[in-house]
Design a binder for this molecule. Structure first.
Ligand code: FES
Ligand code: FES
Length: 204
């Protein structure tokens, strides 16, 4: 089946419609997860999208409504980022975009073009885990692990933002990332450890 190519104007209209639909679901209190990636059809023009993910350039042809989370998981097979609510409420899908944390279930892949995206798969340096990954292991900061990649990506941003002055401050700035297993005390401790290590490294 040949798919038409969408124009940028069409994309932006679709983006507005898609985000509007999410907003409507949130305003009505709907909590059912959104469906997986939209199914392209004759009436859904495809779009060529170039993403920078974990330092690599990836070229994709996507339904313009595809979220960044679905592009990562379904098209690039980077399944570390998880789909919890699909509504921006749980943080399981958190990735970094140009170093800032974003909920990838609320971001359209096509609008992430030109941005540097980092997922949990891109955090380690070869065999060497990121210090926050190490701290999560040492602090036993996960149980089922479903929220963990999102917690770690948000934690990396939280440290970079300097919101680690106290356990209370960390809790506040990590409040967008939920853990059904209730591992919050351990998560906060891991972030404190990694923040202290980063500060010590800066001091030399
Ligand atoms: S999947 Fe819950 S915030 Fe994205
Ligand atoms: S470790 Fe299970 S949801 Fe957080």
């Amino acid at each position: 089946m040949s798919l038409l190519r969408a124009t940028r104007r069409q994309l932006l209209k679709l983006a507005a419609a898609t985000l509007g639909a999410v907003a409507a679901r949130l305003s009505t209190g709907a909590t059912r997860p959104v469906a997986a990636q939209p199914t392209p059809s004759r009436s859904t023009p495809a779009l060529d999208v170039v993403l920078r993910v974990n330092g690599n350039t990836r070229r994709l042809t996507l339904d313009p409504r595809t979220t960044l989370l679905d592009a990562l998981r379904e098209h690039l097979h980077l399944t570390g980022s998880k789909k919890g609510c699909g509504l921006g409420q749980c943080g399981a899908c958190t990735v970094l975009m140009d170093g800032k944390r974003v909920k990838s279930c609320l971001s359209l892949a096509a609008l992430a073009e030109g941005r540097e995206i980092t997922t949990i798969e891109g955090l380690a340096r070869g065999e060497r885990l990121h210090p926050l990954q190490v701290a999560f292991i040492e602090r036993d900061a996960f149980q089922c692990g479903y929220c963990t990649s999102g917690q770690i990506m948000a934690g990396v941003a939280c440290i970079a933002e300097g919101h680690t002055g106290s356990a209370h401050e960390i809790r506040e700035w990590m409040s967008g990332n939920l853990c059904r297993c209730g591992a919050y005390d351990h998560i906060v401790a891991a972030i404190q450890d990694a923040a202290s290590a980063a500060a010590a490294e800066r001091r030399g």
